[in-house]
Design a protein around this ligand. Structure first.
Ligand code: ADP
Ligand code: MG
Length: 729
C-alpha cells in the first residue's frame, strides 16, 4: 500500500476518543460568558450609556461619539479582564467564511510605555485593507475604499485572545460588499411590511421580528485520512473514490448511536458554543455514515445568521482538537447523501404572535391564511431568484439529484393546510368571513386547529416546506452563508407584503369593508400562486414535467441561475425595498461568477494532477505486472492451457487500457477547455464556459478512475478509499 495511505489508515484506526473538557458548572452559569451581552453591558457600562445603547439596538436611535467611546471603553475593560489583548472587526465578505484583521489594544502612552485602549472611533468604523476581497468592480482598489462598521444589534464576543466586533462591510460610496448589509436591510424592510399587514388584524402591533433557526449538517473525517487526500484538502470534496460496498443502504446510521469519538467532539463543541451564546439544542446522526447534524433554538435572523457563521469556524477549531476535520462541503462523497442547511423561518409580532401559527379565534385564523397566501405568492413570483440564492458551484452537486434539494422551488403545505386554503379559495365571501360587531370576525372555513405542528405530514422532498408554525427553506447549502437565502426570501416577502397591503388599502378606499378587501385579495393571491404549491414527490421525473408546464423555473445551470438576480422582477423588488440597487446586484453577480469559475478551476486542476501523478502511474505499474504475468504464463504453460489461464489477466489489461487511455485523453482535453475558457474576459461568459466545457470532465474522468480503483491491487492504491474515509471507528 502507498506509505501515505497505509500510515493514515493505521493512524485513524488506532485513534482513541479525546475526552471532552470537563465543564463542572451548569450551562446557565457559563452560557454567553464570552459575549458582551446585555447582562455584561449592564456591569461594564453606566446606566445612561446602557440605556442609549439599548435604544439604539431596539429602535435604531442614533448613538453619538461620546456614547460610542464609553461603550468601547467598557467593552475593552471586560475583554481585558478575560485576558484578551486584541480586537477585530468581524465581517462576512462574499467569499466563504469571515474576515478578520487582529489589532492589539496596546497603544503607546506617549511616555515610552503602553496602555490598552479601544476608542469609540475604532469600535464603530475601520478601514480594513480589503482590496483583496471580491467586489465585482464596485470598489476600484485605487479609488474608493471599503470600510467596516459596527453592527450593535449583534453582540461582540471573544474567541481565544481576540474581541470580535460584528460589522458590516461597505464601500465608501455606500454599496454593500458583504452578506450582512443587505440582510439587515431586508430584515428592516420585512419588519416594516409585515407590521403593516399584521395591523389589519391586530392594530396594537408596533413591530415584527424575523426568526431563523438553522439546522447544520456536516461530515467528520479523521485528520490523518483527510491529509492523505489532496482533493479533500484543496477542494473540500473527494474528486474520485469508488462507492464503499456498504454505505447508507441499511439506513443504520441515522438511528444508530453516535460514535464515542464523535460524541466527545460534540460535547466540546457544545461547551464552546454555549460560551459564545449559541443556544444549541439538538445533535444527532444524519443519513449518511459520518454525517451529523446540530441545531440551535431559533433566534432573531441576523443574530442567528452570525451564530451560524461563528459555529462553522468554531466547529473547525474544535474538530482539530479531536483529530477530526469538518467537511462542510455540500457533497463530499459521491453516491452518499450530501449536506444542507435547513433554514427554519418565521415572523413574530412584538405582541407575541407567530404570524405563521394558527390561533385561538377567527381573527388569528384569517391572519394565518393571509400570511400563508402572501408567502406563497412571494415564493411563486420569485422562485428563480430563491433558487439562485442557494446556487453555488458546491451546492450544484446536490441540486437536481434524487436527494434534497430538488432543482425546482415549490412549497409544501401538507394535507390539512392545503384543505383549509382550498376551502377558503372556493368559498363565497359571505361564507368565508363574517364580521360581527360583538364577536369580531367569523371565519366560515371552519376552525383551524391551534397546533398544526403534529398534524403536518413531513415531506422531505420539498425545498420550501411548511412545518406547522414556520417555513423550512431546505435548499440552502451546508457551507453557505444563510444570509444569501434569507435576504432573498425576506426581500421577496417584504415586497409582497407591501403589495398586499396596497391592494387592501386601495379596495378599502373604494368603499369595501376591511373584511371584504381581505377576503378578495387573499383569494386572488391563493389562486394566482397555485402553481407553486406542490405536496407530491419533488424528486420524481413527473414533477419536472408538471413544473415546467406550470411555468416554474427548472434550470440547474448555476452561472445561468445568477441571471435571476437581475431580471426586471428582481431589480424591482430589491430596489423598492431598498435592499440592493441594480448596480449592487450586477456587481455581486460578477463576484458569484468569479467564485464559481475559481472553484471549478481548482477542482479541475487538482483532478488533473491527481490523475497524472497518483492514479496513472500506479495503474500503469499494476498493468505492467499483469503483462509480465501473461508473458510468464506463456513461458510456462503449453499453448492451449495458456490461452485459458491468461484470459483473466488479459481481460483486466484491456479494461485498464480502456480506462487509462480515457483518463489520459480527457485530462488533456479538460486542460485545453480550461485554456479556452480562461481567454474569456467576461466573467459570466467564463463561468458559463467552465460550467459547460470543463465541469463535465470532472464526472467523466472520475468514472474511469473509479473503475481503475476496482481493478488495481489494493496494496498499491495511493488514496484512502471510501470505506476507510467514511466509517469513524
Ligand atoms: P426538525 O424536525 O426539522 O429537525 P427541529 O425541532 O430540530 O425540527 O427544529 C428545527 C429548527 O427549527 C430549530 O432550530 C428550531 O429552533 C427551529 N424553529 C422552531 N420553531 C421555529 C419558529 N417559529 N421560527 C423559526 N424557527 C423555528
Ligand atoms: Mg428540519
Amino acid at each position: 500500500m502507498s506509505l501515505l495511505r497505509f500510515n493514515a489508515v493505521e493512524e485513524a484506526a488506532k485513534r482513541k476518543p479525546v475526552t471532552a473538557h470537563k465543564e463542572n458548572r451548569s450551562v446557565g452559569d457559563y452560557f454567553a460568558e464570552a459575549v458582551f451581552d446585555r447582562k455584561t453591558m449592564q456591569k461594564y457600562l453606566s446606566n445612561e450609556v446602557y440605556k442609549k445603547l439599548s435604544q439604539h439596538i431596539d429602535n435604531g436611535q442614533p448613538i453619538d461619539r461620546d456614547i460610542a467611546d464609553s461603550v468601547a471603553a467598557g467593552m475593552r475593560m471586560w475583554a481585558s479582564n478575560q485576558g484578551v489583548t486584541h480586537y477585530t472587526h468581524w465581517f462576512q465578505p462574499l467569499t466563504d467564511g469571515t474576515a478578520e484583521k487582529h489589532d492589539a489594544f496596546a497603544t503607546p502612552d506617549g511616555n515610552g510605555g503602553m496602555i490598552e485602549e479601544l476608542s469609540g472611533k475604532l469600535l464603530t468604523q475601520q478601514e480594513p485593507d480589503a482590496s483583496s476581497f471580491p467586489n465585482g468592480g464596485l470598489r476600484n482598489t485605487f479609488e474608493a475604499r471599503g470600510y467596516s462598521a459596527w453592527d450593535p444589534s449583534s453582540p461582540a464576543f471573544i474567541v481565544d485572545d481576540t474581541l470580535c466586533i460584528p460589522t458590516v462591510f461597505i464601500a465608501y460610496t455606500g454599496e454593500a460588499l458583504d452578506y450582512k448589509t443587505p440582510l439587515l436591510r431586508s430584515l428592516e424592510a420585512l419588519e416594516k411590511a409585515s407590521t403593516r399587514v399584521a395591523r389589519f388584524f391586530y392594530p396594537e402591533v408596533n413591530r415584527c421580528t424575523t426568526f431563523l433557526g438553522w439546522e447544520q449538517e456536516y461530515f467528520l473525517v479523521d485528520e490523518a485520512l483527510f491529509v492523505a487526500r489532496p482533493d479533500l484538502r484543496l477542494t473540500g470534496r473527494t474528486l474520485m473514490g469508488h462507492e464503499s460496498a456498504k454505505n447508507q443502504q441499511l439506513d443504520d446510521h441515522y438511528f444508530g448511536s453516535i460514535p464515542e469519538r464523535v460524541q466527545e467532539f460534540m460535547k466540546d463543541l457544545e461547551i464552546e458554543c454555549y460560551r459564545l451564546g449559541i443556544p444549541l439544542k439538538t445533535r444527532h446522526n444524519e443519513v449518511a455514515p459520518n454525517q451529523f447534524e446540530l441545531a440551535p433554538i431559533y433566534e432573531e435572523c441576523n443574530l442567528a445568521n452570525d451564530h451560524n457563521v461563528l459555529l462553522m469556524s468554531t466547529m473547525k477549531r474544535v474538530a482539530s482538537h479531536h483529530h477530526f476535520r469538518i467537511l462542510l462541503h455540500e457533497k463530499p462523497f459521491d453516491g452518499v447523501n450530501g449536506s444542507g442547511k435547513h433554514c427554519n423561518w418565521s415572523i413574530g409580532t412584538d405582541t407575541g404572535v407567530n404570524l405563521f401559527s394558527p390561533g385561538k379565534n377567527s381573527t388569528d385564523n384569517l391572519r394565518f391564511i393571509c400570511f400563508m397566501a402572501v408567502t406563497l405568492m412571494a415564493v411563486y413570483k420569485n422562485d428563480a431568484l430563491l433558487k439562485a440564492s442557494i446556487a453555488s458551484a458546491t451546492n450544484a452537486h446536490r441540486l437536481g439529484g434524487h436527494e434534497a434539494p430538488p432543482s425546482i422551488i415549490s412549497t409544501f403545505l401538507g394535507t390539512e393546510v392545503s384543505a383549509i386554503l382550498n376551502k377558503f379559495m372556493n368559498s363565497k365571501p359571505k361564507d368565508a368571513i363574517q364580521f360581527d360587531a360583538k364577536k369580531g370576525i367569523h371565519l366560515g372555513v371552519g376552525q383551524i386547529p391551534e397546533l398544526l405542528l403534529d398534524n403536518t405530514d413531513r415531506n422531505r422532498t420539498s425545498p420550501f416546506a411548511f412545518t406547522g408554525n414556520r417555513f423550512e427553506f431546505r435548499a440552502v447549502g451546508s457551507s453557505a452563508n444563510c444570509a444569501s437565502a434569507m435576504l432573498a426570501l425576506c426581500t421577496a416577502l417584504a415586497y409582497q407584503m407591501n403589495d398586499f397591503a396596497d391592494h387592501i388599502d386601495g379596495r378599502v378606499k373604494k368603499g369595501e369593508s376591511d373584511e371584504e378587501a381581505l377576503y378578495h385579495v387573499i383569494r386572488e393571491y391563493l389562486q394566482d400562486s397555485e402553481p407553486i404549491h406542490f405536496d407530491g414527490n419533488g424528486y420524481s421525473d413527473e414533477w419536472r414535467i408538471e413544473a415546467e408546464r406550470r411555468g416554474l423555473n427548472i434550470d440547474t445551470n448555476v452561472p445561468l441561475l445568477y441571471d435571476s438576480y437581475t431580471t426586471e422582477q428582481s431589480i424591482k423588488i430589491f430596489e423598492a425595498t431598498g435592499v440592493l440597487t441594480q448596480a449592487e446586484l450586477e456587481a455581486r453577480n460578477e463576484v458569484k461568477w468569479e467564485i464559481y469559475t475559481k472553484k471549478v478551476q481548482i477542482e479541475s486542476r487538482v483532478l488533473g494532477d491527481l490523475s497524472l501523478n497518483h492514479i496513472v502511474p500506479v495503474a500503469t505499474k499494476y498493468q505492467t505486472m499483469l503483462l509480465d504475468n501473461v508473458a510468464k504464463l506463456k513461458d510456462v504453460f503449453p499453448e492451449d492451457e495458456y490461452e485459458k489461464l491468461s484470459e483473466g489477466p488479459k481481460n483486466l489489461i484491456s479494461k485498464m487500457s480502456y480506462h487509462l487511455s480515457n483518463v489520459h485523453r480527457m485530462v488533456y482535453e479538460m486542460t485545453e477547455a480550461r485554456k479556452i475558457a480562461n481567454q474569456i474576459e467576461d466573467l459570466r461568459g467564463r463561468a458559463l464556459a467552465y460550467q459547460e466545457t470543463v465541469s463535465p470532465y470532472l464526472d467523466q474522468i472520475r468514472y474511469h478512475i473509479d473503475h481503475l480503483e476496482l481493478i488495481v491491487d489494493d496494496n498499491m492504491w495511493p488514496l484512502p478509499k471510501y470505506r476507510e474515509l467514511l466509517f469513524v471507528q
